[in-house]
Design a protein around this ligand. Structure first.
Ligand code: SAH
Ligand code: SF4
Length: 449
C-alpha cells in the first residue's frame, strides 16, 4: 500500500535517526555497519521493545564502546514522549504524545477496557465473559463498573489528523498533517506502559501485570498508513509481547488495504466503521463511500480468513434521525447476514461545530433490540472519558480546543446509567495541563492544571 493520500507525501521529514521502530532485520544491518557481532542486534531489539529503554546508555547489555558508536552514528532511541495528560472521572487518561519533530497525537488509556471486546471471541472477551462480576449478555449495556484493575485498553493513533473527512468526527476537522512511523505508532503503547509501570509477559510479582488490549482507533485512518501500521503491529506482537488476538484495528473502509490485511500472517482483529445501512446515508456522513461502497467493503471483509472464535466487528455510530431507525437496523441485518459478525453501537459523541444530534435512548434501545432479536450479537459501547474529550471521535489535539463544557448543564439522556462512569455532578470538567503523576489508587476525580 502506498503511504500517501491524494498524492501528498505524508512521511515525516525528521532528520532524527530513531532506533525505536527498527525491525530485527534493520538492527542486523546496523550491527554489521558498526562492525558489531550479529547477536548485538537481538540485544538492542530486546532492550528497545521488552525492556523499553528510553536512552542508548540504558542498553546495559552492550559494551560502552558500542553504545558510543551507536550514538556517534547519530542514533537515539527516539521513542515518543507523553507531554500532557488529562484524567477523566471514569479513570480514562488521555495523553498528548509528542514526536521528535514536535508533532503531537493523542493516545488514551482505559484502565478497565473499552467494553468493545465482549463477544468477539478474543481472549479479552473470554475473560470478560467468564467474569462473574459483569453479566455478559449481548443485550446488556457494557456499563458495569470494573471490580478491579483487570484488563486495560490503550487506544492508539496512526496519523497526525485524518484525511477521511467523516462528517460526524472531530478528528476530521484537523485535516491530515502526516503519517506516523511504525516506531511512533508502537511508541505510544510503550510510553503508556512505562507510565503505568506495566510489565508484559510475566504473570507474577507486579500488580500492574495487566492484560493489555490495543485498539487502533485513535486519530487517523490506519489503513491509509498501512505499511507503517502493520510494521508497528509486528513490533508490538514480536517485540513488546502483546498478542495480536488482543488487538483490534478500526478502519473507515479502505478496500484495497482490507484485501492486503486479509493476507497478513500477523494481524489484529478487524473492526469496520459501517455507520450506515445503505450507500446513500453513508455517502452523506462518510464521503469516502463514493470511492468504496458498502458492497465492495463487505466483499473485501469476506476475504479475511477468520480464526476460531474470531468475529468481525461492525461499528455503527448512531446519529439522531439519520441512521438510527428500525428500518436502518433491518438493513444492517440484511447486509451482515451470513457473516460472522458482531455490531458495536456507539452513541454519537458531540463536538463543537458538528451538526448532528444524539439519538434518543429509546431509539438506541430499539436499534439494539431489533438486531439482537434477529440473532446478531450487538453491544452498546459505553462512552469513556467523555468529560476529557477522550471518547470516540473526540481525539483532536487538545491545544486546538477549549475545555469541555460541563456535561451537567445539559443533561444527556445517553450518559451511562451507572453514575460511576459519568462525570460527578460536583466535579469540574477535567482539564489538560502538565503531566500528572499516576495515582496510587484511582481517584474519584483528578483535575489537572
Ligand atoms: N479512522 C478509523 C479509526 C478511528 S475512528 C475509523 O474511522 O474507523 C474510531 C471510531 O470512532 C470509528 O468507528 C468512528 O466511526 C467512530 N467515531 C468517530 N467520530 C465519532 C463521534 N463523534 N462519536 C462517536 N463515534 C465516533
Ligand atoms: Fe478519520 Fe476515522 Fe474520524 Fe473518519 S471517523 S475522519 S476515518 S478518524
Amino acid at each position: 500500500m502506498p503511504n500517501n493520500t491524494n498524492g501528498l507525501n505524508l512521511d515525516p521529514k525528521s532528520s532524527e535517526k530513531a532506533l525505536f521502530g527498527m525491525s530485527l532485520a534493520d538492527l542486523d544491518v546496523l550491527a554489521a555497519d558498526l562492525a558489531a557481532k550479529p547477536y548485538r542486534a537481538r540485544q538492542i531489539y530486546e532492550a528497545l521493545y521488552r525492556q523499553r529503554v528510553s536512552a542508548v546508555d540504558e542498553i546495559s547489555a552492550l559494551p560502552a564502546d558500542l553504545r558510543q558508536a551507536i550514538r556517534s552514528a547519530g542514533y537515539t532511541v527516539g521513542v515518543p514522549t507523553i507531554v500532557q495528560a488529562a484524567r477523566s472521572v471514569d479513570g480514562t487518561e488521555r495523553y498528548l504524545v509528542q514526536m521528535a519533530d514536535g508533532e503531537t497525537v493523542e493516545t488514551v488509556w482505559m484502565p478497565d477496557g473499552d467494553g468493545g471486546e465482549r463477544g468477539d471471541g478474543s481472549p479479552a472477551a473470554s475473560e470478560e465473559e467468564a467474569s462473574p462480576e459483569e453479566e455478559a449478555s449481548p443485550g446488556s449495556q457494557q456499563d458495569s463498573a470494573s471490580p478491579a484493575f483487570r484488563r486495560s485498553t490503550i487506544c492508539v493513533s496512526s496519523q497526525v489528523g485524518c484525511a477521511v473527512n467523516c462528517q460526524f468526527c472531530l478528528t476530521a476537522k484537523l485535516g491530515i498533517r502526516r503519517n506516523l512511523t511504525a516506531g511512533e505508532i508502537a511508541g505510544q503503547v510503550t510510553a503508556v506502559l512505562n507510565r503505568h509501570n506495566v510489565s508484559i509477559g510475566s504473570s507474577r510479582g507486579n500488580g500492574n501485570t495487566a492484560r493489555i488490549n490495543l485498539v487502533f482507533m485513535g486519530m487517523g485512518e490506519p489503513f491509509l498508513n498501512y505499511a507503517a501500521f502493520m510494521q508497528s503491529v509486528r513490533l508490538l506482537v514480536e517485540g513488546v509481547g502483546i498478542p495480536e488476538s488482543r488487538m483490534t484495528v478500526s478502519t473507515s473502509g479502505i478496500e484495497p488495504a482490507i484485501r492486503s490485511f486479509a493476507g497478513e500472517a500477523i494481524r489484529p482483529k478487524l473492526a469496520l466503521s459501517l455507520n450506515a445501512s445503505n450507500d446513500l446515508v453513508r455517502e452523506s456522513i462518510m464521503p469516502i463511500t463514493r470511492k468504496w461502497n458498502i458492497a465492495s467493503l463487505l466483499d473485501a471483509v469476506r476475504t479475511i480468513p477468520l480464526k476460531t472464535r474470531e468475529w468481525v466487528t461492525f461499528e455503527y455510530v448512531l446519529l439522531g434521525g439519520i441512521n438510527d431507525q428500525p428500518v436502518h437496523a433491518r438493513e444492517v441485518l440484511a447486509l451482515l447476514s451470513g457473516m460472522r459478525a458482531k455490531v458495536n453501537l456507539i452513541v454519537w459523541n458531540p463536538g463543537p461545530g458538528i451538526p448532528y444530534t444524539q439519538p434518543s435512548p429509546e431509539a438506541v434501545a430499539l436499534f439494539q433490540k431489533t438486531l439482537i432479536a434477529a440473532g446478531m450479537p450487538t453491544y452498546i459501547r459505553r462512552p469513556r472519558g467523555r468529560d476529557i474529550y477522550a471518547a470516540c471521535g473526540q481525539l483532536k489535539r487538545t491545544i486546538d480546543l477549549k475545555p469541555t463544557p460541563d456535561p451537567n448543564s445539559n443533561p444527556d439522556p445517553n450518559m451511562n446509567p451507572n453514575p460511576s462512569m459519568n462525570p460527578s455532578p460536583d466535579s469540574n470538567p477535567a482539564t489538560i495541563g502538565p503531566l500528572p503523576p499516576v495515582p496510587a489508587k484511582a481517584p474519584a476525580l483528578v483535575s489537572i492544571r
